[in-house]
Write a protein that binds this ligand. Structure first.
Ligand code: NAD
Ligand code: TDX
Length: 353
């Protein structure tokens, strides 16, 4: 065969998934990369325009809950590995629509595990099921301390409860059936292709349009931010070198209270847009808090650093500047995702086959 591995990457049309797909397609020409994505509101193939014609890349529109379709993909491609990122990912949406999160995050994950169990059972040793998860499963910290790989799960939102459940199923399939798995739990990502419902791209988009910048509650909640390309690099490393059955926490020791982050972003964008210092800060508006809003997340990524030598490659200042520049240079991307026009891209590129 032409390829040494055939890897399904789920959620490859989404924010983080698109960076992982690009990295694998470009760095590993001997791997076949099968991007499996349902193209929900969050999936956008424009994210992968630059690599869509690569000989080692294919896109398959499929819902991970659709067992028949997933099984047929395992057969058709002789799938050797899964890197699983597809999920409903937005906490606020999980508060209004929890069942969508159960269906995709829990049932979708178990559907993939079932396929792995069915098609890999002859020889587990040459396979890997890599599940991408979040620090939110650990719950909320006070002002002190960090989440480590042994912190007890304590999810509070329907989103984090669904991710926690999926993590448990992945480990259960390892312990019960011997499926080779690895799990990583990462802190908040930011960077290009981030859907403008999430804090940082929402702020950038609203500043560009002179719209209010909604800060939930008192703005003192703390998040730990990592540049998406550093997450993709960690995923690459863990996929290749992570220990079977292990969990790795990923984070950049980069904590920010929301309000401080909002102010830094306002200042950087004043400068980039040639506005008077202080202009964008006037857009800050404190709004009703998110129900069950976790106070603080902070990842201890010591294990990943000690065992696999990973560390972030960019500072927050650099990453944020690159992110803002990307949004300024890709205003049509924002227009397309906010208007839903990116759905046409799929119709044009793929449905005409
Ligand atoms: P995203 O919402 O940008 O992308 C999700 C992708 O999954 C989309 O392309 C969507 O079309 C696809 N998808 C959704 N439901 C599907 C289904 N039923 N079948 C097939 N495809 C489906 O999400 P993201 O921010 O890129 O997150 C990717 C993964 O990383 C998720 O598992 C998330 O929990 C995890 N994670 C995210 C962050 C973060 O800060 N964004 C941090 C840590 C972990
Ligand atoms: O308009 C807003 N105003 C605001 O104050 C939004 C959208 C958010 N916030 C706050 C809530 C959080 O404290 O900013 C913080 C970040 O919010 P989000 O961008 O919604 O991210 P978060 O809820 O922390 O979850 C993210 O990180 C972990 C991702 O969406 C998850 O998928 C990931 O698992």
């Amino acid at each position: 065969d032409r390829f040494t591995k055939s890897i399904i990457i789920t959620g490859g049309a989404g924010f983080i998934g698109s960076h992982v797909v690009r990295r694998f397609v470009q760095n590993y020409p001997n791997y076949q990369i099968i991007n499996v994505d349902a193209l929900t509101y969050a999936g956008n193939l424009e994210n992968l325009k630059d690599i869509e014609h690569s000989p080692n890349y294919v896109f398959e529109r499929a819902d991970i809950k659709d067992a028949e379709k997933i099984n047929s993909l395992f057969e058709q491609y002789g799938v050797t590995d899964v890197i699983h990122l597809a999920a409903e990912s937005h906490v606020d949406r999980s508060i209004t629509n929890p069942l969508d999160f159960v269906y995709t995050n829990v049932i979708g994950t178990v559907t993939l595990l079932e396929a792995a169990k069915k098609y890999w059972s002859a020889d587990y040793s040459s396979h890997r099921f890599y599940h991408i998860s979040t620090d939110e499963v650990y719950g909320s910290l006070g002002t002190e301390g960090f989440f480590t790989e042994t912190t007890k799960y304590d999810p509070h939102s329907p989103y984090s409860a669904s991710k926690a459940s999926s993590d448990h199923f992945v480990r259960a399939y390892h312990d019960t059936y011997g499926i080779p798995v690895v799990v990583s739990n990462c802190s908040n990502n930011y960077g290009p292709n981030h859907f403008p419902e999430k804090l940082i791209p929402l702020l950038i988009n609203n500043i560009l349009n002179n719209k209010p910048l909604p800060v939930y509650g008192d703005g003192k909640n703390v998040r730990d931010w990592l540049y998406v390309k550093d997450h993709a690099r960690a995923i690459d490393l863990i996929f290749h070198e992570g220990k079977n059955g292990d969990t790795y926490n990923i984070g950049g020791f980069n904590e920010w209270a929301n309000i401080d982050l909002v102010r830094v972003l306002c200042r950087q964008m004043d400068e980039k847009l040639g506005r008077e210092p202080g202009t964008n800060e006037k857009l800050i508006t404190f709004v009703k808090d998110r129900p069950g809003h976790d106070a603080r997340y902070a990842i201890d990524a010591t294990k990943l650093n000690k065992e696999l030598g990973w560390e972030p490659s960019v500072t927050f200042e650099q990453g944020l500047a690159e992110t803002i520049d990307w949004y300024l240079a890709n205003k049509s991307w924002i227009e397309h995702v906010t208007s839903g026009a990116y759905a046409d891209y799929y119709e044009n590129q793929y449905d005409k086959r």
